[in-house]
Design a protein around this ligand. Structure first.
Ligand SMILES: Cc1ncc(C[n+]2csc(CCOP(=O)(O)OP(=O)(O)O)c2C)c(N)n1
Length: 644
């Protein structure tokens, strides 16, 4: 079948099409998205919602001379299809294939990369001001979803835009959804605009108004008519107070109206905000019925939308189920998510303790400050944020929580490599950025049961405490009915003998790797102790000192960057102790890691049993000092506090 899409090699090919062809193109793009993503997984719902919008933007503007910034940029797949990446589109999110977000290195049409929310308006303003200073003629268009208007930075940008440029187009893509239903006052405000019974009338007026647009004269006339219509509804629209001329709401699936409106906005001599209404998941029934699930998902059946069930419970689910228990035990326990009830699994907590569940929107800084306030009043906030998004709230963690030593619990989901999403989403920095902060405890469980114990430990702890756990399912370790507290700063000795020549300190999900390395070392004639490190701060200095003084080499394993990570903490402590035992560190190198399958990326970057073994054997062979002369101590016993 001859598709129009197969002839689209650049936006110029879009511009050549008449309206009916553009509509056909939209239908073909929808089908392409549904088919390809059924194999690769990805952000289906958001992209199905912006098909017409993206076509119209490319029809009117001229990338790469003009610049498009997509907030988060999870909804930029259609943009990728129209900007010379159609043939590679089937590779999206697969190893070596297209990234699932905008990437400057991927195409000149991707002028600005993203993955975190709230960045588009500020960066667009920077680009617009740079253009103004250089007397450039190009247009800058920032497209942001309604949930991006729950981000503080979006308002920091709005606060500045009209003061610094006269030409910037902001498109508010309003589909009423974040990943879950959008929350807060701005969501209600936008909802009031679009559900007002006068909207239909207004919409008609707006459509007629754009119909008339031909030249500047008609434009002034139309502007007046529209102004009059709008003032009946919203005498003072919030965006106008920020100095942006507000237009809309218009139907984001109506290509002719979108095109005419963009043509009109393009010639405006003041910053404008176009409010566009779209339907997330448009054109795919299962996505329309299950908005949350189809925001972003793995492979599915392209006919029915069915997905394969995961094996055992994910870490996120264990976290949420444990928190339900803890909140039942302790009425001061509260749960906070920043727009990720699904991703953090806190939607399992919500029905059990609705008054102690808070979704604050995409507002991580606010989430942490909100938690600080709750903690001041004696509550025990569990702040569930992905490791990568907690980066946003660094100063709030330092200045508000840790400096005041408040008992806030940071539950960092996706701690470690995130896989298909790539560098914007890998949680590879939290040990380094948190380890330097006084008062903070940082822990990593080896399995689901230890995660439950750590959450219980966190509930009992009197200061700030963080726990990181990986994406997806754990090893399937059964979780005890009643969790136990773990002594702060104490590691767990999993395997030892009285003739160990190596000590392996492994963190979290890499403990099984440590066991395998120990087995292989045995085959090479070296006995190894295996320690589940548990804490990156404070690290178990006693255990470390014991082994550093008694083995020929130490191996550290972490799913984190080496710079400033757990292995670095070990080196620092050894230096403090005046011990010079060779240390081999396995972790991620000092570069941003691309998207891919975790196993493939680990193999590429040497986070493997083989690499660890090779480096360790080299260290053992070159380190010719005799094994320790110190008398061996019996390993420290486990100390568990019984449940109160
Ligand atoms: C700082 C940050 N926190 C959380 C997320 C996770 N996240 C990705 S998309 C999204 C919702 C986006 O909603 P919206 O902007 O309305 O776009 P839509 O998907 O509805 O088109 C969220 C919360 C993120 N990308 N960045």
């Amino acid at each position: 079948m001859d598709r129009i899409l197969d002839h689209i090699n650049s936006p110029a090919d879009v511009k050549r099409l008449a309206i009916p062809k553009l509509e056909k193109l939209a239908a073909e793009i929808r089908q392409e998205l549904i088919t390809v993503l059924s194999r690769t997984g990805g952000h289906l719902g958001p992209n199905l919602g912006v098909v017409e919008l993206t076509i119209a933007m490319h029809y009117v503007f001229n990338t790469p001379e003009d610049h498009f910034l997509f907030d988060v940029s999870h909804q930029a797949y259609v943009h990728k299809l129209l900007t010379g990446r159609r043939e590679q589109f089937h590779t999206i999110r697969t190893p070596g294939g297209l990234n699932g977000f905008m990437l400057r290195t991927e195409s000149p049409h991707d002028c600005y990369g993203a993955g975190h929310a709230g960045t588009a308006l500020s960066a667009a303003l920077g680009m617009a001001v740079a253009r103004d200073r250089m007397d450039g003629k190009e247009h800058v268009v920032a497209l942001a979803g309604d949930a991006s208007f729950t981000c503080g930075i979006t308002y920091e940008a709005l606060n500045n835009i009209a003061h610094h440029t006269r030409r910037l187009v902001v498109v508010l893509n309003d589909n009423e959804w974040s990943i879950d239903k959008n929350v807060g006052a701005i969501a209600s405000y936008l909802n009031k605009i679009t559900t007002n019974p006068k909207y239909d009338y207004l919409h008609e007026q707006a459509a007629r108004f754009v119909e008339k647009i031909g030249g500047k004269r008609a434009l002034t006339m139309a502007r007046k008519a529209e102004e009059a219509a709008k003032s009946m509804l919203w005498p003072s629209v919030i965006f106008e107070e920020f100095g942006l001329k507000y237009y809309g709401p218009i139907d984001g699936h109506d290509i002719p109206t979108l095109i005419k409106t963009f043509e009109f906005l393009k010639i405006q001599e003041r910053p404008v905000l176009l409010h566009v209404l779209t339907q997330k998941g448009k054109g795919f029934e299962p996505a329309l019925h299950s908005q949350k699930q189809f925001h972003g998902l793995g492979p599915y059946d392209p006919e029915t939308g069915e997905t394969k069930p995961l094996g055992h419970r994910t870490y996120s689910e264990v976290f949420a189920d444990t928190l339900v228990k803890l909140a039942t035990m302790n009425d001061r326990v509260v749960a906070i998510t920043a727009a990720m009830p699904n991703g953090t699994a806190l939607d399992r907590f919500r029905p059990h303790h609705p008054r102690r569940y808070f979704d604050v929107g995409i507002a991580e800084e606010h989430a942490v400050l909100f938690a600080a306030g709750l903690a001041v009043k004696g509550f025990k906030p569990f702040c569930a944020l992905y490791s990568t998004f907690l980066q946003r709230a660094f100063d709030q963690i330092v200045h508000d929580v840790c400096l005041q030593n408040l008992p806030v619990v940071f539950c960092m989901d996706r701690g470690g490599l995130s896989g298909d999403d790539g560098p914007t989403h890998h949680g590879l920095f939290d040990i380094s950025y948190l380890r330097s902060i006084p008062n903070l405890v940082h822990m990593v469980p080896k399995d689901e049961d230890e995660l439950a114990d750590m959450l219980y430990t966190a509930m009992l702890h009197h200061g700030p405490i963080a726990v990181r756990y990986p994406r997806g399912a754990g090893p399937g370790t059964p979780v005890k009915d009643v969790p136990k507290a773990i002594p702060i700063g104490k590691s767990e000795l999993l395997q030892h003998s009285d003739h160990d020549r190596v000590a392996i300190f492994a963190l979290g999900a890499l403990v099984p790797m440590a066991n395998e390395i120990a087995r292989k070392l045995e085959g090479e004639g070296y006995s190894a102790a295996v320690i589940n490190a548990r804490f990156t701060k404070p690290i178990d200095v006693e255990m470390l000192e014991f082994y550093a003084a008694s083995v020929d080499a130490i191996l550290t394993l972490e799913d984190h960057v080496l710079k400033g990570g757990f292995g670095s903490a070990v080196l620092e402590e050894l230096n403090n102790l005046g011990l010079h035992t060779p240390v081999v560190r396995i972790g991620w190198p000092d570069r941003f890691i691309e998207h891919g399958k975790p196993e493939g990326l680990r193999a590429k970057y040497g986070i493997t049993v083989e690499t660890a073994l090779e480096k360790l054997l080299t260290a053992l062979k070159t380190h010719n000092s005799p094994a320790n002369t110190r008398k061996r101590q019996p390993p420290l016993p486990e100390v568990f506090e019984p449940l109160a």
